[in-house]
Design a protein around this ligand. Structure first.
Ligand code: G3H
Ligand code: 13P
Ligand code: ZN
Length: 342
């Protein structure tokens, strides 16, 4: 099965009433873990690379590793997606590399640190949509801005003034023609998402404006919604990191029930990076802590890949994408162009 356009994967997910995990990658082991998880659970999957990931891997390596996964797993629909593209140029570069989907995040300015105006967001998104659709490539946009600055994709926002305004959604969709919309409902990137603690200073899950998902979905039922910052930061994974010499602070992520609430109301793409990083790092720490004499990278990368695969399998089952890999025949970008964009 070749790479597929994201729009097809999300439309099929809407028909089936499930969500599809979009997992971030930087290296071979992460890609292998995701594809093995997809094969074992028979799941369609979105593999995504941030600008940082493309820079780290010098672009061509990551692209070719993902293409190797596609070759190895012909029975799995795989989307190769750019996460948080910051301008038309970055999106064009990804498309030239063969990405079948791009995100243009123009809710923020190009440096990813300041909130952009609505008009800037519409105009920038529209320019990417025009270019991408002329080649059959899908486009995810973002309306409202996510909090969090740990990874450079956020403006350190707190409070609800930058959450997605349901009143803007129809206008934004009409003017941009995007294929999927990332909504800001109080999630943020990274491990430290919450500002809420109980009286004993134990972290509580972040407060989310879940009602907005429902409201937005009612306004644009045909538009697949995307939840960024969806790591659950499981305490048992944080505990492994800390048990073997790590120093992560007490934290809580997004409960799976909240994600499933979203999936029942139009969320079709769920972005997860941090949980994978924690699982991967915990497994490496364990080997190096217990066997300090080891120095062959395979001794710790193999268990790291295995830990990541197990984590992703459990998410694929919880999001509902498991078992759906064979539901449809993949279309090409050429088909996508004719079917949706001409
Ligand atoms: O959206 C953020 C992702 O976790 C990617 O993070 O820019 O550190 O690769 P990164
Ligand atoms: P997490 O940091 O919660 O994993 O979110 C990742 C993300 O949204 C990537 O775009
Ligand atoms: Zn994100």
């Amino acid at each position: 099965m070749p790479l597929v356009p994201m729009r097809q994967v999300l439309e099929e997910a809407a028909k089936g009433g499930y969500g599809v995990g979009a997992f971030n990658v930087n290296n071979m082991e992460q890609i292998q873990a995701i594809v093995e998880a997809a094969k074992e659970t028979r799941s369609p999957v979105i593999i995504q690379a941030s600008r940082g990931a493309l820079q780290y891997s010098r672009m061509i390596y990551l692209r070719n590793l993902i293409m190797a996964a596609v070759e190895e797993a012909p029975e799995i629909p795989i989307v190769m997606h750019l996460d948080h593209g910051n301008n038309l140029k970055t999106c064009k570069e990804a498309i030239a590399l063969g990405f079948t989907s791009v995100m243009i995040d123009a809710s923020l300015t190009e440096n990813g640190q300041e909130v952009a105006s609505y008009n800037y967001n519409v105009a920038t998104t529209r320019s990417v949509v025009e270019y991408a659709h002329s080649l059959g490539v899908s486009v995810e946009a973002e309306l409202g801005a996510l909090g969090g600055i740990e990874d450079g994709h956020g403006a350190n926002l707190r409070g609800d003034e930058h959450l997605t305004d349901p009143n803007q959604v129809e206008d934004f969709y009409k003017k941009t023609g995007c294929d999927a919309l990332a909504v800001a409902i109080g999630t943020s990137h990274g491990a430290y998402k919450t500002l809420r603690y109980d009286k004993d200073h134990n972290p509580l899950p972040p407060a989310l404006a879940l009602d907005r998902i429902e409201e937005i979905h009612k306004r644009v039922p045909e538009l697949p919604l995307v939840m960024h910052g969806s790591s659950s930061v499981p305490p048992e994974l944080v505990e492994i990191v800390n048990k073997y010499g790590g120093a992560m602070k007490g934290t809580m992520g997004i409960p799976m029930e909240d994600i499933q609430f979203g999936i029942q109301r139009g969320v079709r793409k769920i972005n997860v990076d941090t949980d994978g990083r924690i699982a991967f790092t915990g497994a490496i720490r364990k080997v190096l802590w217990e066997s300090p004499e080891k120095f062959d990278p395979r001794d710790y990368l193999k268990p790291a890949r295995e830990a990541l695969k197990e984590l992703i399998k459990s998410k694929m089952i919880a999001f509902g994408q498991a078992g759906h890999a064979g539901d449809y025949q993949p279309i090409t970008l050429e088909d996508a162009k004719k079917l949706w964009y001409s």
